[in-house]
Design a protein around this ligand. Structure first.
Ligand code: SF4
Ligand code: SF4
Ligand code: SF4
Length: 170
């Protein structure tokens, strides 16, 4: 199946391997066994982050322009998922991925840009002052919840999502 440019851009900025399922999705094999592909989670998502992916299974689409607010963790998708393919697990975050700021960041090229920091509702991206250059973006992986809001407006598409095991503080 040929990917559209939109789907390609979205996929290229998310963790390799399995697509990013809706938040609170159970492990991929269990998720696929339970999900009926009804599409109810897509219909109720207020930010339009969820789209129909391969095989009709829902996935989160972080393509710029799709869902500028990312995920607000409203849990509307969980509430309508009657087979409980989406199911909160105590002490486990809704998503096992976090944002990572890559080499394309404008601040790293000495260009003033704080767009991602302005989008982050939990202040996971800060710009501490730096002598002799523009402030560099610093991402606190402990604060990042993987909502994706910072991806949408980065002018150089420098931010990607990585699984928690691979993510670190940049
Ligand atoms: S938690 Fe809310 S915003 Fe996030 S994917 Fe589910 S319905 Fe959409
Ligand atoms: S509501 Fe649940 S069963 Fe329906 S498509 Fe979404 S994840 Fe699958
Ligand atoms: S993905 Fe992380 S860093 Fe980006 S806006 Fe969401 S919480 Fe903030």
């Amino acid at each position: 199946m040929q990917l559209s440019r939109r789907a390609f851009l979205g996929a290229a900025r998310t963790p390799r391997g399995n697509p990013v399922r809706p938040p609170w999705a159970l492990p991929e094999d269990v998720f696929q066994a339970l999900c009926t592909r009804c599409g109810d989670c897509l219909d109720v998502c207020p930010t339009h982050l969820l789209v129909k992916g391969s095989g009709g299974f829902p996935l989160a689409d972080f393509t710029p322009g799709q869902a500028p607010a990312g995920c607000t963790f409203c849990a509307a998708c969980v509430q309508v998922c009657t087979p409980q393919a989406l199911k909160p697990i105590p002490a486990q975050p809704p998503w096992m991925h976090k944002a990572v700021i890559g080499a394309g960041c404008l601040a790293a090229a000495n260009v003033v840009c704080r767009t991602c920091g302005e989008r982050c509702a939990v202040s996971a991206i800060r710009f501490p002052p730096r002598l002799g250059g523009v402030a560099l973006a610093q991402l606190d992986a402990a604060l990042c919840n993987g909502c994706g809001a910072c991806l949408a407006d980065c002018p150089t598409l420098a931010i990607t999502l990585q699984t928690i095991a691979q993510a670190g503080t940049t």
